[in-house]
Design a protein around this ligand. Structure first.
Ligand code: CTP
Ligand code: MG
Length: 233
């Protein structure tokens, strides 16, 4: 059984507010998408990569992004859909019959690690469904639309959820099928599994595994990259 990574990269990056979609923006001279894919290229437990991109960008991604960086595991560049969930589903529909474990990772989280990916894949094989995340650092309050604080949440139970998320193939396939059937929209893949009553394991990721969402995230990412290059000497 093979392990296939699906990398949704078909968004338009509205919150980033740039002309170019954020997955193509440079981080230390290398596009964010390439940074994210490289970690999966380096992970021995990953057999193949499916990259999901805006339909009009397929040739650009193949010729301008993937070819120069010598990606060996990319098995497909697939047209994405309207929302992230549609793009991941397009990846699932393109899976080979021999894919046993599926790991999903946002193209715009360039700081994931081989260790974290490996841990996710192993846990998915043992338990069926896994996400990475980190405990909250700040206090969280629920606030009414008029700005009135309604309550303070119990932070000890709250985790910020990241990717990668990994699943046994049958579990994620069923979860996406059920979401289409029920018209359910989630902001991650694990939530589609949770709603079927299937247990999802949370494993502790890394505070540095940030998602590049708004302009200040790219400033932080450049600083983190510079610090890690310095540490490596
Ligand atoms: N994504 C996707 N298909 C979509 C929307 C998002 O594959 N229709 C991908 C993005 O490219 C990104 C990941 O899902 O790698 C996480 O989504 P997000 O951070 O929300 O990216 P965007 O949707 O591009 O940004 P925004 O929501 O600000 O427009
Ligand atoms: Mg989005």
């Amino acid at each position: 059984m093979r392990t296939v990574a699906i990398v949704p990269a078909a968004g338009s990056g509205n919150r980033m507010g740039r002309d170019v979609s954020k997955q193509y923006l440079s981080l230390g001279g290398t596009p964010l998408l390439v940074h994210s894919l490289k970690v999966f290229e380096e992970c021995p437990l990953v057999d193949a990569l499916l990259v999901v991109v805006p339909p009009q960008d397929i040739d650009f991604v193949r010729n301008t992004l993937l070819a120069p960086w010598d990606m060996k595991k990319v098995a497909g560049v697939i047209p994405g859909g309207k929302e992230r969930q549609d793009s991941v589903r397009a990846g699932i529909e393109a899976l080979d019959p021999d894919a046993g474990v599926v790991i999903v990772h946002d193209a715009v989280r360039p700081f994931t690690t081989v260790e974290l990916i490996s841990q996710c894949i192993r846990t998915a094989g043992e338990e069926g469904a896994v996400t990475v995340g980190v405990p909250l650092k700040d206090t969280v309050k629920e606030v009414a639309p008029d700005g009135r604080v309604m309550r303070t949440c119990d932070r000890s139970l709250l985790w910020l959820t990241q990717t990668p998320q990994a699943f046994r193939r049958d579990i994620i396939e069923n979860a996406h099928r059920a979401a289409v059937r029920d018209g359910f929209r989630g902001t991650d893949d694990a939530s589609l599994v949770e709603r079927l009553g299937i247990a999802v394991r949370m494993i502790r990721g890394d505070y540095g595994n940030i998602k590049i969402t708004t302009p200040e995230d790219l400033v932080i990412a450049e600083a983190m990259l510079a610090a890690s290059l310095k540490a490596k000497g």
